[in-house]
Design a protein around this ligand. Structure first.
Ligand code: FES
Length: 398
C-alpha cells in the first residue's frame, strides 16, 4: 500500500481557494484510505465543511484508480461539463493521484492535500507502516518501518483528517479472553479489539470500515452468561466479559462452515487467500459435504470488473462497500433464504449499471467473486514510482 499523510489543514486548504471557486472533490478508495486521507466519508466531511463556509461544491467523486492516467481521462470525458465548469479540484489521494490528475487537467487549480512517503504495509497493531521510503523523503530504510505518528511528528504534518476524525479518548477495561486478562476499549467491537490484541478470529463478512451483519458465522465465540455461540463481530464489549475464542465445539463449527463453502463454490474458491489461510489453520484436507455446485453465468461485461457468482459466499461486503464507500448502490441482494444472490442494478449486466469503477467491491471481496480485470503496475510505460515528483508546496503559512 502507498503511505501518505495529510499535509494541509482545513484552514490552509481554504487559503488555496477563492470564495467563488467551483469545486470538485476527488478521492480514491484503495490503500491511502487506511492512512486516513481518502474515502467517501472524508469527502463527505470535507464537502459539508466547505458548504458550511459558503463554498460551491459541484461534485465529489471516488475513483480507485485515480493514479492511472487513462482512468482520469475517461472520467474527464464522462463529466466534461462538470470539469469544464469547475475551477478547483481538491484531491484526497496520494501524490501519484495528484500527478495524474494534474496531467489530465493541466490548466485547472488542482490542490493536493497529502504528502506521500513510499510504500508499506498494514499492521493491525500499529496501522499503516512505511517500509520502503522514497529517496526524495530522505528517510533511511528502517527494518521496523515508520508509523504514521512518526512521520507526522518528524515532518510536522497532520495526524487527522480535518474535523471528521475527532476521536474521543476511549476508556480502557480489562476482560478475560481464553483465560488471560486482555486490555480493550470499553463499548468497542469485540472482534476489532481481539484483532488489535493479536488474537486472530476468522471472519469473512466483517470489516471494520463496513460494519457488521453477522452473516458468515465464522467469528463465533463463547461468552460466559450468554446462550450458545455469539458472533464476535456483532458484540459490544462489556465490563467483566469472559470470552472463549477457540474450543472443540467452535473449531468443529468453523470447519463445517469452510467445508460447506468449498462444497458449494468448488475448489476454485481456495484461490482466495483468506479461505486458504483458514483451511490450513483448521487442517481441512477433505470435504465431507456434497452440495450441488453453483453453475452461474460469469458477468464480465463491466469494463474493469469481473463478477463470478460461483465464488460468492453472500458475505455482503461488496453490497456494503458499494453503498457506504462508493455511494453508488449498484450491487444488491435479491431473493430470500437459500435463493439469495447478489445482483447488479435491477438484475442487469454490470455494464448497464451506474458502476463508478471505484473497485471498492473488489477490494473488499474475500473470495475473488468480484475482481479487477487488470491492475496495472505501470503507467504509460513508466514504472509506478517514477510518476512522483513532489508538488510545489502549497501556500502553507503555519
Ligand atoms: S465475521 Fe462475524 S459473522 Fe461473519
Amino acid at each position: 500500500m502507498i503511505i501518505s499523510v495529510r499535509s494541509l489543514s482545513y484552514d490552509e486548504l481554504k487559503r488555496n481557494l477563492n470564495h467563488d471557486d467551483k469545486i470538485v472533490i476527488w478521492s480514491c478508495d484503495t490503500c491511502v484510505k487506511h492512512c486516513g486521507i481518502a474515502g467517501m466519508e472524508k469527502m463527505t466531511a470535507l464537502e459539508d465543511l466547505l458548504k458550511e463556509d459558503g463554498y460551491t461544491v459541484l461534485k465529489k467523486e471516488l475513483v480507485s484508480e485515480s493514479c492511472q492516467i487513462n482512468l482520469a481521462k475517461k472520467h474527464k470525458a464522462a463529466h466534461e461539463d462538470i470539469f469544464n465548469e469547475s475551477t478547483a479540484i481538491i484531491l484526497l489521494t496520494c501524490e501519484i493521484g495528484y500527478q495524474c490528475v494534474k496531467t489530465v487537467f493541466p490548466k485547472k487549480k488542482v490542490i493536493a492535500t497529502a504528502k506521500t512517503f513510499g510504500s508499506g504495509n498494514f499492521s493491525n497493531k500499529k496501522g499503516p507502516i512505511l517500509t520502503s521510503p522514497l529517496p526524495t523523503t530522505g528517510l533511511a530504510p528502517e527494518p521496523e518501518g515508520y508509523t504514521l505518528t512518526m512521520l507526522v511528528e518528524q515532518f510536522n504534518l497532520y495526524p487527522k483528517f480535518f474535523d471528521a476524525d475527532k476521536e474521543p479518548n476511549p476508556e480502557k477495561i480489562t476482560i478475560t479472553v481464553d483465560g488471560k486478562p486482555v486490555e480493550v476499549k470499553k463499548d468497542a467491537n469485540l472482534l476489532d479489539e481481539l484483532s488489535a490484541n493479536r488474537i486472530r478470529i476468522p471472519h469473512l463478512c466483517y470489516d471494520s470500515s463496513l460494519g457488521s451483519i453477522g452473516a458468515c458465522r465464522m467469528c463465533l465465540v463463547k461468552i460466559e452468561g450468554k446462550r450458545g455461540l455469539v458472533p464476535s463481530c456483532c458484540t459490544q464489549i462489556e465490563e467483566g466479559m469472559i470470552v472463549t475464542t477457540e474450543d472443540e465445539e467452535i473449531t468443529k463449527l468453523r470447519k463445517s462452515i469452510l467445508q460447506m463453502i468449498i462444497a458449494e463454490c468448488g475448489d476454485e474458491i481456495q484461490q482466495s487467500r483468506d479461505i486458504r489461510y483458514w483451511m490450513r489453520r483448521y487442517k481441512i484436507t477433505e470435504n465431507r459435504f456434497s452440495l450441488p455446485k453453483k453453475d452461474e453465468i460469469v458477468d464480465d461485461s463491466n469494463e474493469v470488473l469481473v463478477k463470478d457468482p460461483n465464488r460468492c459466499i453472500l458475505c455482503g461486503r461488496c453490497v456494503r462497500a458499494c453503498a457506504n464507500l462508493s455511494g453508488q448502490k449498484v450491487i444488491n441482494f435479491a431473493n430470500r433464504g437459500s435463493n439469495t444472490v447478489t445482483i447488479t442494478g435491477l438484475n442487469e449486466p454490470f455494464a448497464s449499471t451506474d458502476c463508478a469503477h471505484c473497485l471498492a467491491c473488489a477490494h473488499y471481496c474475500p473470495t475473488n467473486a468480484i475482481t479487477p480485470k487488470s491492475i496495472s503496475k505501470k503507467i504509460s510505460g513508466y514504472p509506478f514510482w517514477t510518476m512522483i515528483t513532489y508538488p510545489k508546496k502549497l501556500a502553507r503559512t503555519t
